[in-house]
Design a protein around this ligand. Structure first.
Ligand SMILES: Cc1cc2nc3c(=O)[nH]c(=O)nc-3n(C[C@H](O)[C@H](O)[C@H](O)COP(=O)(O)OP(=O)(O)OC[C@H]3O[C@@H](n4cnc5c(N)ncnc54)[C@H](O)[C@@H]3O)c2cc1C
Length: 448
């Protein structure tokens, strides 16, 4: 048994803590705020919101995780009606998946068929250490290259498919799952809607149930979680905590943004605005009337190229990617914006203009008047425990380095490992859980 210190109590830190605790290690998680990181509970009037992730994708990764932990799956995952939602492109609305009676359905089917050879390998890509010596990983990597071919980016791959503009625009939106535009995201991201084939989930008790479950799994494995306890420095395997305490562990794991880790190690840190993933202005509102909205609506930017220019310059784009989740009486509006650490108010002219564009596209003029109570989270909030500027997925890697094949910095120094957003490409729930499984495997190999 070894003593392991984990810096950061977001989903990644708690998920790995449960795995390590299950292998008999004495694990302590140090969290500067409260456990959960980007997934936290906020009260808006009388209504509770789970902030951060709203779509639970690739549940096979979650199942692989609970299997490794060795407990029955306690999360009652329910498919979300409407799958990935209606994408209100400038060429017309496109529901994904495209239903059989829709004129775009034949194109959708051929797109899904093109991606099909990769489907059986996706869990391997997300949960297996990327080593060419591993036959399963090699097969998965070959399947990925077989589908993406000579097209390194989402934009190039989609162009090569010669899809109708509305479908191409809707699919291109999913590059932003990597926090960047289709020109900068690996081709894999253009395949996400096909690989999901409409299967998007949410725990029956809401996204907060994921955090509750991870905390319970960690607790049953003896993990100690010290909340309100910021790490202020790190030397070898000794942590310096605010208040002056120092704690020595046998091994440390960073579950914080790699730039924050570099600062704790007193290494030089650089994060130019143009090389950050997007941040967000998120409005959590309570509705005073029913609205004719499905669970998920997506309003893509009118022009991805203009969005890319704006993000690179740290400027506010003319139009951006906005997602609306409607779970009456709750509505969540997530407006993507450059990671500049800004704190725009809901009355900011740019926010108001984007909200009006969204209301027009969705044809719901009541969207704003129907808000009874609301609160917002801005890039200034995401800066606090995350990447500079509040970049949700950390630094933006070039497309060729951002896929599952690039060499991962899981083991950063003797006795120091790394997990979570900004380490495993993608940064969403499947990437984080998959990354925790990978780091657990690599650490177990060292333990032997
Ligand atoms: C608005 C929004 C919508 C999203 N939607 C989705 C979605 O639909 N589906 C999906 O899969 N993903 C989604 N994501 C992404 C997903 O929520 C995040 O990638 C994930 O929650 C990040 O987990 P993490 O543990 O890696 O990082 P974090 O949640 O950032 O956790 C890091 C933790 O480290 C702590 N910390 C930082 N510095 C220190 C320090 N010095 N000492 C101690 N603690 C420290 C922080 O306080 C924080 O709690 C969304 C994210 C956002 C913000």
């Amino acid at each position: 048994m070894r003593s392991v210190g984990i810096i950061g109590g977001g989903l990644a830190g708690v998920a790995l803590a449960a795995l390590l605790g299950g292998r008999g290690h004495a694990v302590t998680v140090y969290e500067r705020d409260r456990a959960g990181g980007k997934l936290r509970r906020e009260q808006v009037g009388a209504v509770t919101f789970d902030t951060g992730p709203s779509l639970f994708t690739f549940p096979e990764v979650w199942r692989a995780y609970v299997e490794r932990v060795g407990e029955p799956d306690p999360l009652d995952l329910r498919p979300l009606p409407g799958g990935l939602g209606v994408h209100h492109t400038p060429f017309g609305p496109v529901p994904l998946p495209v239903p059989p009676d829709h004129p775009l359905h034949p194109h959708w089917r051929s797109y899904v068929r093109t991606a099909a050879p990769l489907r059986p390998h996706l869990t391997t890509l997300l949960t297996t250490p990327p080593r060419v010596t591993d036959p399963a990983f090699l097969r998965a990597a070959r399947a990925l290259f077989g589908v993406t071919g000579r097209h390194p980016t989402a934009h190039a791959w989609l162009r090569a498919q010669r899809l109708p503009p509305a479908l191409e625009h809707a699919l291109a939106t999913h590059a932003l799952n990597a926090g960047v535009t289709p020109w900068d995201a690996p081709a894999l991201y253009a395949l996400i809607p096909a690989l999901l084939d409409g299967q998007v989930y949410r725990p029956a008790a809401g996204m907060g149930a994921l955090l509750d479950t991870l905390l319970a799994l960690a607790g049953r494995r003896g993990v100690v979680i010290r909340t309100g306890c910021a790490v202020t420095g790190l030397r070898a395997t000794t942590l310096e905590l605010d208040g002056g305490e120092t704690v020595r562990h046998d091994v440390l794991v960073s579950a914080i943004d790699p730039t924050r880790l570099a600062a704790l190690r007193r290494h030089s840190t650089r994060s130019p605005v143009g090389r950050r993933t997007v941040s967000g202005f998120v409005l959590y509102g309570v509705l005073d009337r029913p609205l004719p909205l499905p669970y998920t609506s997506i309003v893509p930017p009118d022009d991805f190229r203009a969005l890319r220019r704006a993000l690179r310059a740290g400027a506010l784009p003319d139009s951006t990617l906005t997602m609306v989740h409607h779970d009456p009486p709750r509505v969540t509006v997530l407006i993507s914006m450059p990671a500049t650490g800004a704190a725009p108010s809901p009355d900011h002219p740019w926010v108001q203009a984007e909200l009006r564009r969204v209301a027009r596209r969705l044809d719901v003029p009541d969207l704003l008047p129907a808000l009874r109570d609301a609160r917002t989270l801005t890039p200034a909030h995401y800066v606090l425990g995350g990447h500079p500027g509040g970049a949700i997925y950390g630094a933006a890697a070039p497309a060729w380095r951002a896929g599952p094949l690039h060499p991962q910095p899981y083991h950063v120094a003797p006795g120091l490992w790394q997990v979570g957003t900004g380490v495993h490409p993608g940064g969403g729930i499947p990437a984080i859980l998959g990354g925790a499984l990978i780091v657990n495997t690599l650490m177990a190999e060292r333990d032997r």
